[in-house]
Ligand binder design. Structure first.
Ligand code: NAD
Ligand code: MN
Length: 362
């Protein structure tokens, strides 16, 4: 028996709707392969917890999570709690506390899903964005002085270290090397930002020496939005800072049809701690409770979770199910369909369990 302990943190808004769908899919895998087992424990941390306890998660939250094999995360954000509290109270402490420095965001146009790009379909856009996840603009470094006065000042200092940049660069080159096209684009803003960003460019050139079979190039982040939109086929693996990749990956999600299909993995490549898997989107309170949240991003991040856990077959089976269901038009409204979250989930579950029936009779 291969057993994995999964900590589920559905949190806010549509988080619980998509995570419960994702857990159903994990249980479908157990039925498909009786040697596979997921011990899922669900935690009620998030904005409601905050309103009761004044914190997004208990003080020993990280201690609790540490013993799990992986974390399956929904989204944070509530209309009546400031965003910096929900983010810095739960998601970022996990990313930083577990040194999940590689944030990996695969994007492609799924069959049956319409890209807003004219005349582009599956195959025209197949990217993995690697987001530096531990430093840069989100390191929490900065301050405010003279609060409320006319001379008030606020700073947001981006921190880049040689260790931090080198390890993400190495991760990105290695990932590019593992993909068929062996193509990496390094994104910075080293014309205007002439310190940390120039260091990024220099370290990229150094690390590139270790990967002579990877073809790589550099882009400025503004020009990158242009290239992603007009020449999507020219890109494959992309590495960028915490802020730049945050923005580029929302764009990537939209170009692939919807944020509702965009997954992400927060990985500790050294596997000292559990890694965290989540949809890219937020809590989407405009559609919360309507039963129409697209669960595909949450299923796709389960694919990433299973790959990380070494369960390649199960991962591939979910990916096949996603593509089959999309190709057959079982789509939520954000990608042009009329299906409910539950209908998409049922179709994915049926695809997975039907594979076991075929395997048993074959
Ligand atoms: P959002 O991602 O929640 O929503 C953006 C738009 O995409 C909305 O119109 C929403 O309806 C749509 N959308 C998102 N996910 C969808 C899905 N699965 N199916 C269908 N449509 C979907 O971003 P926002 O509106 O800027 O933020 C809402 C809250 O979420 C804020 O509090 C924000 O801080 C938070 N947030 C959290 C995370 C996170 O937890 N990782 C990420 C982004 C935003
Ligand atoms: Mn984001």
């Amino acid at each position: 028996m291969r057993t994995y302990s999964i900590a589920a943190i559905p949190a806010d808004g549509i988080g619980p709707e998509v995570i419960s769908a994702g857990i159903e899919v994990l249980h479908a895998l157990e039925r498909q392969d009786p040697q596979l087992k997921f011990d899922v424990e669900t935690f009620d941390w998030g904005s409601d917890y905050y309103k009761q306890h004044g914190v997004m998660m208990p003080e020993d939250g990280l201690q609790t999570l540490k013993k799990f094999d992986a974390i399956y995360f929904g989204a944070v954000g509530a209309p009546d709690v400031p965003d910096h509290i929900t983010l810095w109270g739960l998601r970022l402490p996990i990313c930083q506390g577990f040194d999940q420095y590689a944030n990996v965001r695969p994007t492609k146009i799924l069959p049956g899903v319409t890209s807003p790009l004219r005349n582009r379909g599956p195959g025209d856009l197949d990217w993995v964005i690697v987001r530096e996840n531990s430093e840069g603009e989100y390191s929490g470094n900065g301050g405010r002085a003279h609060r409320g006065l006319p001379e008030e000042v606020g700073t947001e200092v981006a921190i880049f270290t040689r260790v931090g940049v080198t390890r993400i660069m190495r991760y990105a080159f290695k990932l590019a090397q593992s993909r068929p096209r062996k193509l990496l684009t390094v994104v910075t803003k080293s014309n205007a930002q002439r310190h940390g960003m120039v260091m990024w460019d220099e370290i990229a050139a150094e690390v590139a020496q270790e990967f002579p079979d990877v073809t790589w190039d550099k882009m400025l982040v503004d020009a990158m939005t242009h290239r992603m939109t007009l020449h999507p086929q020219s890109l494959d693996t992309i590495v960028a800072t915490n802020l730049h990749a945050d923005i580029l990956s929302d764009l990537a999600g939209a170009l692939a049809g919807s944020l509702g299909v965009a997954p992400t993995a927060n990985i500790d490549p050294e596997q000292r701690f559990p890694s965290m898997f989540e949809p890219i989107h937020g809590s989407a309170f405009d559609i919360t409770g309507k039963g129409i949240a697209n669960p595909i991003a949450t299923f796709w991040t389960a694919v990433q979770m299973l790959e990380h856990l070494g369960e390649r077959e199960a991962a591939a089976l979910i990916m096949d199910a996603i593509e089959y269901v999309c190709a057959n038009g079982i789509l939520t409204p954000d990608v042009g369909g009329t299906a409910k979250t539950t209908e998409v989930t049922r179709a994915v579950v049926q695809f997975i369990t039907s594979k076991s029936a075929i395997a048993e009779t074959a």
